[in-house]
Design a protein around this ligand. Sequence first.
Ligand code: GRG
Length: 329
Amino acid sequence: MALLSHLSALPTLKNDLALVETKLENSVVAKDPYLTEIAKHLITAGGKRVRPGFTIASSAVEQSNAVPVSDEVLMGGVAVELVHLGSLYHDDVMDEAEMRRNVPSVNAVWGNHTAILAGDFLLARASEIAASLGTEIAGLLARTIGELCEGQILELQSTYKPSRTQESYEQSIAGKTASLLSTACRIGGLTGGLERHTVDQLTTFGHTYGMAFQIVDDILDVIASEDQLGKPAGNDLIEGVYTLPVLLALESDVGEQLQELLGKELSTDERDRALSLIRSTGAVEEAFTRAQFWAQKAKLELESLPSSPATNALSAATNHLLDRAQSAS
Ligand code: GRG
């Protein structure tokens, strides 16, 4: 929970997230205990719970004192986390990932077919909860699921393509990552009964934070150690996903050398050569500047909201994001 432990600005958040935890587990109980076990697998494995944390904090930006949030807000957070979980189940099938959240992935334990169906089941439960919160939230979550798919498809289309453009990269991360963070905040604003203008500001905050969040994640894949990541570094390179630091390095002095290595599956040696080429350029710093650009936009959006424990918590989360990337470099 490293990210949210920084949200001490909002003292009620810890208890609200504990309630989300119980509701999450209850929301995936199926008739068949076998399906329940699979659906709970990544819930009990942990995760930072950034998205429900943002739903809760967003709902409370106008509260001058930290107070526990309503059941609607908590269920909004549950729906968002369930979509996130469903996307992780499917993502791990696509990547043939062995581990997730420091435990064996669902596909590694139960196989691809079961992981796909269990992911569908999580999305179904998320949709049911969203419907109980009203048609606007149901429509919003459905649209967001579509955006996740669009972002992921765009990424797939540029797999192993060093010609991927930075615009295409940003369009992809807007769909696969920023859209759900944006929706997490929007649902917080809606279930918190906030004014339209504030709801829209929170939505923009979530989007801009999400852009910075994914760029930082992509930087860490290039610079962090295996220990820090909990998985081998350069995983994206191996999978042919060329992220912002890689695209920037391709434009540098070592661009041609890097280009010769990319475009195909890499051995561990080749991956290490590609990583050291990228690290030898200013590409990581440049990518970090882009993350800062998005984080700055996020903070700007918060500046016009009332100063409150929840607004301060969202601001602290944005600062923490950049600290994470800086301390790994
Ligand atoms: C079925 C909804 C659905 C989507 C299908 C597979 C897919 C399309 C999209 C994948 C999207 C994806 C996995 C994006 C990456 C998002 C991301 C940054 C994940 C890591 O989030 P953290 O760091 O993880 O918040 P924890 O484990 O802490 O929750």
